[in-house]
Design a protein around this ligand. Structure first.
Ligand code: HEC
Ligand code: HEC
Length: 136
């Protein structure tokens, strides 16, 4: 009986510790628990995501904050990468889908053939500007 009580107490403490840890974790490292990916592969590696973002940034000649909203936490100077608050981010998703369709339909781009480079990329139109319609 005494043993049983001891286990029950330890068990409860353990459960509370686990619940407590999961409750404070998101605030601790400042990262959202889940990725908010709607067009890129959900299992994209950290490196591939990084280089994709760098490519978009330089194709448009902008900074990360052009598409990504600032963190809601005003004490933080970081961007909230998972947030969809900036319309430019959704526009970029739209553009990504369009670009993939152009390659697939008109250039028979085979995503499994690693030797083949996508014919059309963000840079093809943007050439360092967010507004290709204004590029001279
Ligand atoms: C032209 C717009 C644009 C620019 C510039 C841009 N991003 Fe993104 N970023 C996006 C979009 C759109 C997504 C979501 C992709 C999806 O839905 O699959 C995203 C997703 C991300 C994510 C994943 C967020 C999550 O949900 O976990 C990270 C991290 C990220 N971007 C970092 C960066 C960094 C760092 C830079 C600057 C080097 C940058 N981005 C520049 C549009 C942009
Ligand atoms: C076929 C040409 C073309 C390609 C390819 C293209 N874009 Fe665009 N993009 C445009 C045009 C044209 C506009 C301006 C639309 C407008 O003014 O309404 C635009 C606008 C945008 C905007 C909105 C800018 C703003 O100020 O709101 C974003 C963000 C964007 N593109 C991101 C991308 C990304 C990221 C890629 C690659 C994944 C890409 N685009 C590929 C032609 C293209």
């Amino acid at each position: 009986m005494l043993h049983y009580k001891k286990f029950a107490v330890i068990g409860t403490l353990f459960a509370l510790t686990v619940i407590g840890m999961s409750a404070i974790r998101p605030a601790e490292d400042g990262k959202p628990p889940k990725r908010n990916l709607k067009v890129l592969p959900k299992d994209i590696s950290h490196d591939a995501l990084d280089s994709t973002m760098d490519a978009w940034k330089s194709a448009l000649g902008v900074k990360c904050g052009f598409c990504h909203a600032p963190s809601a936490d005003s004490t933080s100077h970081h961007l909230d990468f998972a947030s969809d608050a900036k319309p430019e981010k959704n526009m970029a998703r739209h553009m990504y889908t369009m670009t993939a369709k152009i390659n697939k339909k008109y250039f028979s781009f085979d995503k499994d053939d690693k030797s083949m480079v996508a014919a059309v990329s963000c840079k093809t139109c943007h050439r360092g500007s967010p507004h290709p319609d204004e590029v001279k």
